[in-house]
Design a protein around this ligand. Structure first.
Ligand SMILES: Cc1ncc(COP(=O)(O)O)c(C=O)c1O
Length: 376
Protein backbone atom coordinates (compact mmCIF):
# COMPACT_ATOMS: atom_id res chain seq x y z
CA UNK A 1 0.00 0.00 0.00
CA UNK A 2 1.34 3.44 -0.90
CA UNK A 3 2.11 5.55 2.16
CA UNK A 4 3.10 9.19 2.26
CA UNK A 5 6.62 10.32 3.10
CA UNK A 6 5.47 13.79 4.11
CA UNK A 7 6.82 14.68 7.55
CA UNK A 8 9.67 12.14 7.47
CA UNK A 9 13.28 13.19 7.99
CA UNK A 10 15.56 12.45 5.05
CA UNK A 11 17.30 9.70 7.08
CA UNK A 12 13.94 7.92 7.50
CA UNK A 13 13.34 7.54 3.75
CA UNK A 14 13.47 4.18 1.99
CA UNK A 15 16.32 4.33 -0.52
CA UNK A 16 17.00 4.96 -3.30
CA UNK A 17 14.85 8.09 -3.15
CA UNK A 18 14.67 11.11 -5.42
CA UNK A 19 15.02 14.35 -3.44
CA UNK A 20 14.16 17.85 -4.60
CA UNK A 21 15.51 20.81 -2.64
CA UNK A 22 12.51 23.16 -2.64
CA UNK A 23 14.44 26.37 -1.96
CA UNK A 24 16.86 25.55 -4.78
CA UNK A 25 14.28 24.58 -7.42
CA UNK A 26 12.37 27.76 -6.61
CA UNK A 27 15.54 29.85 -6.87
CA UNK A 28 16.42 28.23 -10.22
CA UNK A 29 12.94 28.92 -11.59
CA UNK A 30 12.92 32.52 -10.37
CA UNK A 31 16.37 33.06 -11.81
CA UNK A 32 15.15 32.10 -15.32
CA UNK A 33 11.99 34.22 -14.98
CA UNK A 34 14.21 37.18 -14.05
CA UNK A 35 16.60 36.54 -16.94
CA UNK A 36 13.71 36.63 -19.40
CA UNK A 37 12.15 39.63 -17.72
CA UNK A 38 15.38 41.61 -17.92
CA UNK A 39 15.74 40.82 -21.61
CA UNK A 40 12.12 41.57 -22.43
CA UNK A 41 11.44 38.08 -23.77
CA UNK A 42 8.72 35.62 -22.80
CA UNK A 43 9.64 32.39 -21.02
CA UNK A 44 7.94 29.33 -22.49
CA UNK A 45 9.19 26.79 -19.95
CA UNK A 46 9.89 23.20 -21.06
CA UNK A 47 8.38 20.76 -18.57
CA UNK A 48 10.12 17.53 -19.61
CA UNK A 49 12.70 17.55 -16.78
CA UNK A 50 10.22 17.18 -13.91
CA UNK A 51 6.77 16.64 -15.54
CA UNK A 52 5.01 17.82 -12.37
CA UNK A 53 2.27 20.35 -11.65
CA UNK A 54 4.24 21.96 -8.82
CA UNK A 55 7.40 22.32 -10.93
CA UNK A 56 5.46 23.97 -13.76
CA UNK A 57 3.78 26.35 -11.30
CA UNK A 58 7.23 27.50 -10.18
CA UNK A 59 8.45 27.75 -13.77
CA UNK A 60 5.51 29.95 -14.79
CA UNK A 61 5.70 32.10 -11.65
CA UNK A 62 2.20 30.90 -10.77
CA UNK A 63 0.52 32.09 -14.00
CA UNK A 64 0.10 28.48 -15.25
CA UNK A 65 0.56 29.82 -18.79
CA UNK A 66 3.10 29.39 -21.56
CA UNK A 67 4.63 25.92 -21.50
CA UNK A 68 6.26 23.62 -23.99
CA UNK A 69 5.89 19.88 -23.50
CA UNK A 70 7.67 16.92 -25.02
CA UNK A 71 4.74 14.48 -25.06
CA UNK A 72 1.01 14.59 -25.66
CA UNK A 73 0.59 12.97 -22.26
CA UNK A 74 2.29 15.98 -20.62
CA UNK A 75 0.11 18.37 -22.65
CA UNK A 76 -3.03 16.57 -21.44
CA UNK A 77 -1.76 16.41 -17.85
CA UNK A 78 -1.18 20.18 -17.74
CA UNK A 79 -4.50 20.88 -19.49
CA UNK A 80 -6.22 18.70 -16.84
CA UNK A 81 -4.67 20.85 -14.11
CA UNK A 82 -5.66 24.29 -15.37
CA UNK A 83 -2.61 25.23 -17.45
CA UNK A 84 -3.05 26.98 -20.79
CA UNK A 85 -1.02 28.27 -23.73
CA UNK A 86 0.70 24.90 -24.19
CA UNK A 87 2.94 24.04 -27.12
CA UNK A 88 3.34 20.37 -27.91
CA UNK A 89 6.97 20.80 -28.89
CA UNK A 90 7.46 17.64 -30.89
CA UNK A 91 7.28 17.03 -34.66
CA UNK A 92 3.63 16.53 -35.60
CA UNK A 93 2.57 13.39 -37.50
CA UNK A 94 -0.95 12.45 -38.67
CA UNK A 95 -1.30 9.85 -35.86
CA UNK A 96 -1.27 12.69 -33.28
CA UNK A 97 -4.33 14.43 -34.75
CA UNK A 98 -7.19 13.02 -32.59
CA UNK A 99 -5.47 14.07 -29.34
CA UNK A 100 -4.28 17.34 -30.89
CA UNK A 101 -7.88 18.07 -31.94
CA UNK A 102 -9.18 17.44 -28.42
CA UNK A 103 -6.52 19.70 -26.88
CA UNK A 104 -7.20 22.46 -29.42
CA UNK A 105 -10.87 22.26 -28.51
CA UNK A 106 -10.49 22.42 -24.74
CA UNK A 107 -7.67 24.96 -24.29
CA UNK A 108 -7.73 28.64 -25.05
CA UNK A 109 -4.31 28.26 -26.68
CA UNK A 110 -2.83 24.95 -27.75
CA UNK A 111 -0.04 24.93 -30.31
CA UNK A 112 1.61 22.25 -32.41
CA UNK A 113 5.02 22.17 -34.02
CA UNK A 114 5.74 21.08 -37.59
CA UNK A 115 8.87 20.46 -39.62
CA UNK A 116 7.51 18.66 -42.70
CA UNK A 117 5.25 19.11 -45.71
CA UNK A 118 3.31 16.03 -44.52
CA UNK A 119 2.44 17.76 -41.22
CA UNK A 120 1.42 21.01 -42.95
CA UNK A 121 -0.79 19.10 -45.44
CA UNK A 122 -2.35 17.13 -42.57
CA UNK A 123 -3.34 20.38 -40.84
CA UNK A 124 -4.63 21.91 -44.09
CA UNK A 125 -6.76 18.83 -44.78
CA UNK A 126 -8.18 18.48 -41.24
CA UNK A 127 -10.84 20.98 -40.18
CA UNK A 128 -9.95 22.48 -36.78
CA UNK A 129 -12.66 22.32 -34.11
CA UNK A 130 -14.91 25.35 -34.66
CA UNK A 131 -14.30 28.26 -33.99
CA UNK A 132 -10.56 27.50 -33.58
CA UNK A 133 -7.71 27.49 -36.05
CA UNK A 134 -4.66 25.22 -35.79
CA UNK A 135 -2.02 27.20 -33.96
CA UNK A 136 1.35 26.26 -35.42
CA UNK A 137 5.06 26.78 -34.81
CA UNK A 138 7.62 25.90 -37.47
CA UNK A 139 10.63 24.08 -36.09
CA UNK A 140 13.94 25.21 -37.57
CA UNK A 141 17.27 23.42 -37.21
CA UNK A 142 20.08 25.94 -36.74
CA UNK A 143 22.80 23.38 -36.00
CA UNK A 144 21.35 20.93 -33.47
CA UNK A 145 20.92 18.23 -36.12
CA UNK A 146 17.74 16.69 -34.73
CA UNK A 147 14.20 17.76 -35.73
CA UNK A 148 13.49 20.90 -37.76
CA UNK A 149 13.89 22.20 -41.29
CA UNK A 150 17.49 23.18 -41.99
CA UNK A 151 17.74 26.99 -41.64
CA UNK A 152 19.42 27.52 -45.02
CA UNK A 153 17.01 25.37 -47.02
CA UNK A 154 14.27 26.93 -49.13
CA UNK A 155 11.92 24.21 -47.87
CA UNK A 156 11.61 26.03 -44.52
CA UNK A 157 10.56 29.29 -46.16
CA UNK A 158 8.07 27.40 -48.36
CA UNK A 159 6.52 25.74 -45.28
CA UNK A 160 6.33 29.11 -43.49
CA UNK A 161 4.61 30.54 -46.60
CA UNK A 162 2.04 27.71 -46.64
CA UNK A 163 1.36 28.13 -42.92
CA UNK A 164 0.99 31.90 -43.05
CA UNK A 165 -1.25 31.94 -46.12
CA UNK A 166 -3.91 29.54 -44.82
CA UNK A 167 -5.45 31.87 -42.25
CA UNK A 168 -8.92 30.29 -42.30
CA UNK A 169 -7.40 27.05 -40.95
CA UNK A 170 -4.02 27.96 -39.50
CA UNK A 171 -2.58 30.64 -37.25
CA UNK A 172 1.13 30.81 -37.89
CA UNK A 173 2.82 31.49 -34.53
CA UNK A 174 6.40 31.75 -35.72
CA UNK A 175 9.62 29.80 -35.41
CA UNK A 176 11.07 27.52 -32.74
CA UNK A 177 14.69 26.43 -32.39
CA UNK A 178 16.07 23.99 -29.82
CA UNK A 179 19.79 24.77 -29.70
CA UNK A 180 20.61 21.38 -28.14
CA UNK A 181 24.01 21.30 -29.86
CA UNK A 182 25.22 23.43 -26.91
CA UNK A 183 25.37 20.10 -25.05
CA UNK A 184 28.18 19.02 -27.36
CA UNK A 185 30.32 22.01 -26.39
CA UNK A 186 33.82 21.30 -25.08
CA UNK A 187 33.69 24.13 -22.54
CA UNK A 188 31.53 27.12 -21.53
CA UNK A 189 33.15 29.39 -24.16
CA UNK A 190 32.14 26.91 -26.82
CA UNK A 191 28.55 27.05 -25.46
CA UNK A 192 28.59 30.81 -26.09
CA UNK A 193 29.83 30.33 -29.66
CA UNK A 194 27.11 27.76 -30.42
CA UNK A 195 24.44 29.90 -28.72
CA UNK A 196 25.42 32.92 -30.84
CA UNK A 197 25.57 30.84 -34.02
CA UNK A 198 22.05 29.48 -33.43
CA UNK A 199 20.67 32.98 -32.80
CA UNK A 200 22.39 34.43 -35.87
CA UNK A 201 21.13 31.64 -38.13
CA UNK A 202 17.59 31.93 -36.79
CA UNK A 203 17.52 35.70 -37.32
CA UNK A 204 18.77 35.17 -40.89
CA UNK A 205 15.95 32.68 -41.47
CA UNK A 206 13.39 35.18 -40.12
CA UNK A 207 14.81 37.88 -42.39
CA UNK A 208 14.57 35.64 -45.46
CA UNK A 209 10.98 34.75 -44.55
CA UNK A 210 10.20 38.46 -44.18
CA UNK A 211 11.56 39.14 -47.66
CA UNK A 212 8.99 36.61 -48.94
CA UNK A 213 6.23 38.39 -47.02
CA UNK A 214 6.06 36.00 -44.05
CA UNK A 215 5.94 37.56 -40.60
CA UNK A 216 7.13 35.39 -37.67
CA UNK A 217 5.29 36.74 -34.60
CA UNK A 218 7.26 34.48 -32.25
CA UNK A 219 10.98 33.92 -32.63
CA UNK A 220 12.12 31.50 -29.97
CA UNK A 221 15.25 29.64 -29.03
CA UNK A 222 16.26 27.62 -26.03
CA UNK A 223 18.35 25.13 -24.16
CA UNK A 224 19.51 25.45 -20.59
CA UNK A 225 23.21 25.90 -21.44
CA UNK A 226 22.41 28.88 -23.69
CA UNK A 227 19.74 30.45 -21.46
CA UNK A 228 21.80 30.16 -18.26
CA UNK A 229 24.49 32.11 -20.18
CA UNK A 230 22.25 34.76 -21.75
CA UNK A 231 23.59 37.12 -24.41
CA UNK A 232 22.34 40.57 -25.40
CA UNK A 233 21.44 39.23 -28.85
CA UNK A 234 18.63 37.27 -27.15
CA UNK A 235 16.81 40.60 -26.84
CA UNK A 236 16.18 40.34 -30.59
CA UNK A 237 14.08 37.23 -29.92
CA UNK A 238 10.59 37.10 -28.42
CA UNK A 239 10.71 33.80 -26.53
CA UNK A 240 13.11 31.45 -24.71
CA UNK A 241 12.23 27.84 -23.94
CA UNK A 242 14.72 26.11 -21.66
CA UNK A 243 13.66 23.32 -19.29
CA UNK A 244 16.46 21.55 -17.44
CA UNK A 245 17.30 24.74 -15.50
CA UNK A 246 14.62 23.88 -12.92
CA UNK A 247 16.71 21.00 -11.53
CA UNK A 248 20.09 21.42 -13.28
CA UNK A 249 22.67 18.59 -13.02
CA UNK A 250 26.36 17.73 -13.19
CA UNK A 251 26.37 17.95 -16.98
CA UNK A 252 25.15 21.55 -16.76
CA UNK A 253 27.95 22.34 -14.30
CA UNK A 254 30.55 21.14 -16.82
CA UNK A 255 29.01 23.44 -19.46
CA UNK A 256 29.17 26.52 -17.24
CA UNK A 257 25.40 26.69 -16.64
CA UNK A 258 25.73 26.36 -12.85
CA UNK A 259 27.82 25.22 -9.93
CA UNK A 260 27.24 21.89 -8.16
CA UNK A 261 25.54 23.87 -5.33
CA UNK A 262 22.82 25.05 -7.76
CA UNK A 263 21.65 21.48 -8.50
CA UNK A 264 18.18 21.11 -6.98
CA UNK A 265 17.84 17.32 -7.04
CA UNK A 266 19.77 14.25 -5.94
CA UNK A 267 19.33 10.54 -5.26
CA UNK A 268 19.59 9.44 -1.63
CA UNK A 269 21.13 5.97 -1.29
CA UNK A 270 22.51 3.80 1.53
CA UNK A 271 25.73 1.85 1.90
CA UNK A 272 24.80 -1.84 2.02
CA UNK A 273 28.16 -3.61 2.31
CA UNK A 274 31.96 -3.40 2.64
CA UNK A 275 34.34 -5.38 0.38
CA UNK A 276 37.90 -4.51 1.52
CA UNK A 277 39.52 -7.21 -0.64
CA UNK A 278 38.65 -5.11 -3.69
CA UNK A 279 38.62 -1.67 -1.94
CA UNK A 280 34.90 -1.25 -2.67
CA UNK A 281 31.57 -0.76 -0.97
CA UNK A 282 28.09 -1.28 -2.37
CA UNK A 283 25.12 1.09 -2.31
CA UNK A 284 21.41 0.40 -2.87
CA UNK A 285 21.19 2.52 -6.04
CA UNK A 286 21.76 0.73 -9.34
CA UNK A 287 21.03 1.90 -12.86
CA UNK A 288 17.26 1.82 -12.30
CA UNK A 289 17.74 4.52 -9.64
CA UNK A 290 20.17 6.74 -11.54
CA UNK A 291 20.54 5.68 -15.23
CA UNK A 292 23.91 5.17 -16.90
CA UNK A 293 23.78 8.58 -18.61
CA UNK A 294 27.06 9.82 -17.12
CA UNK A 295 29.11 6.88 -18.42
CA UNK A 296 32.71 7.91 -19.15
CA UNK A 297 32.09 11.59 -18.43
CA UNK A 298 33.38 12.16 -14.88
CA UNK A 299 36.41 11.09 -12.79
CA UNK A 300 33.81 10.27 -10.10
CA UNK A 301 32.11 7.69 -12.36
CA UNK A 302 28.37 7.81 -13.09
CA UNK A 303 27.60 10.78 -10.81
CA UNK A 304 29.11 13.13 -8.28
CA UNK A 305 28.78 11.87 -4.70
CA UNK A 306 27.94 15.01 -2.75
CA UNK A 307 30.57 16.07 -0.17
CA UNK A 308 32.77 13.04 -0.97
CA UNK A 309 35.08 14.15 -3.77
CA UNK A 310 37.33 11.07 -3.45
CA UNK A 311 34.48 8.57 -4.00
CA UNK A 312 33.62 7.13 -7.38
CA UNK A 313 30.49 5.24 -8.49
CA UNK A 314 32.40 2.95 -10.81
CA UNK A 315 29.76 0.42 -11.85
CA UNK A 316 26.06 -0.42 -11.49
CA UNK A 317 23.78 -3.40 -11.86
CA UNK A 318 19.99 -3.06 -11.75
CA UNK A 319 19.63 -2.37 -8.00
CA UNK A 320 23.25 -2.11 -6.79
CA UNK A 321 26.02 0.45 -7.20
CA UNK A 322 29.77 -0.21 -6.75
CA UNK A 323 31.67 2.58 -4.99
CA UNK A 324 35.44 2.86 -4.71
CA UNK A 325 37.95 5.64 -4.13
CA UNK A 326 39.44 7.78 -6.89
CA UNK A 327 42.76 7.63 -5.01
CA UNK A 328 44.01 5.56 -2.05
CA UNK A 329 42.41 3.09 0.34
CA UNK A 330 38.76 3.32 1.40
CA UNK A 331 38.47 4.32 5.06
CA UNK A 332 35.58 2.03 5.98
CA UNK A 333 35.34 3.55 9.47
CA UNK A 334 34.02 6.71 7.79
CA UNK A 335 31.33 4.76 5.92
CA UNK A 336 29.41 2.38 8.19
CA UNK A 337 26.79 0.17 6.53
CA UNK A 338 23.53 2.14 6.49
CA UNK A 339 25.24 5.53 5.92
CA UNK A 340 23.36 7.68 3.43
CA UNK A 341 25.12 9.13 0.41
CA UNK A 342 23.63 11.70 -1.96
CA UNK A 343 24.24 11.30 -5.68
CA UNK A 344 24.15 14.32 -7.99
CA UNK A 345 23.00 13.00 -11.39
CA UNK A 346 24.77 13.66 -14.67
CA UNK A 347 21.39 14.16 -16.41
CA UNK A 348 18.55 15.09 -14.07
CA UNK A 349 15.76 14.64 -16.70
CA UNK A 350 16.71 10.98 -17.13
CA UNK A 351 17.21 10.30 -13.41
CA UNK A 352 13.91 11.99 -12.44
CA UNK A 353 12.20 9.75 -15.02
CA UNK A 354 13.12 6.71 -12.88
CA UNK A 355 10.89 7.83 -9.99
CA UNK A 356 7.09 7.86 -9.54
CA UNK A 357 7.38 10.28 -6.58
CA UNK A 358 9.78 13.11 -5.79
CA UNK A 359 10.45 13.89 -2.11
CA UNK A 360 10.47 17.67 -1.74
CA UNK A 361 12.80 18.67 1.10
CA UNK A 362 12.81 21.72 3.34
CA UNK A 363 14.97 21.87 6.49
CA UNK A 364 15.83 18.18 6.29
CA UNK A 365 12.25 16.93 6.09
CA UNK A 366 9.87 15.89 3.34
CA UNK A 367 7.33 18.71 3.09
CA UNK A 368 5.62 17.54 -0.10
CA UNK A 369 5.55 14.73 -2.62
CA UNK A 370 5.44 15.70 -6.28
CA UNK A 371 3.96 13.07 -8.58
CA UNK A 372 5.14 13.36 -12.17
CA UNK A 373 3.07 12.28 -15.14
CA UNK A 374 4.44 9.28 -17.03
CA UNK A 375 3.76 7.87 -20.44
CA UNK A 376 3.47 9.34 -23.93
C1 LIG B 1 12.28 20.67 -28.27
C2 LIG B 1 12.93 21.08 -27.00
N1 LIG B 1 12.75 22.34 -26.56
C3 LIG B 1 13.33 22.77 -25.41
C4 LIG B 1 14.13 21.93 -24.66
C5 LIG B 1 14.75 22.45 -23.40
O1 LIG B 1 16.14 22.35 -23.41
P1 LIG B 1 16.96 22.17 -22.06
O2 LIG B 1 16.56 20.89 -21.46
O3 LIG B 1 18.38 22.24 -22.45
O4 LIG B 1 16.59 23.34 -21.19
C6 LIG B 1 14.34 20.61 -25.09
C7 LIG B 1 15.17 19.68 -24.33
O5 LIG B 1 15.54 18.61 -24.72
C8 LIG B 1 13.72 20.17 -26.30
O6 LIG B 1 13.88 18.92 -26.75
Amino acid sequence: MATSNVGLRVDQLTTPAFLVDYAQVKANCNNMLETCNKMGVRLRAQTKTHKTIEGAELQTGGTKKCLVTSTLDESEFYADHGFDDILYGYPLIPFHMPRVTALTKRLEKFHVMVDSRLAVETLLETPPPSPKTWSVFLKVDCGNGRAGVWWEDEEGIELALSLSSASSRITFCGVYVHCGNTYHADDPKDVDVLRDENIERLLKFVERAKMRGVVCPTVGIGSTPSCRRPADTMKKLTELHPGNYAFLDVQQSTLGSCSLEDIACCVATRIIGHYPRRNQMLIDCGFTGLTKQGEGKMPSGYCVIKDHPNLKLCSMTQEIGFVETIKGKLDYAKYPVGTMLFLLPWHSCATAAMYPVYNVIQDGRVTAEWKPTRGW
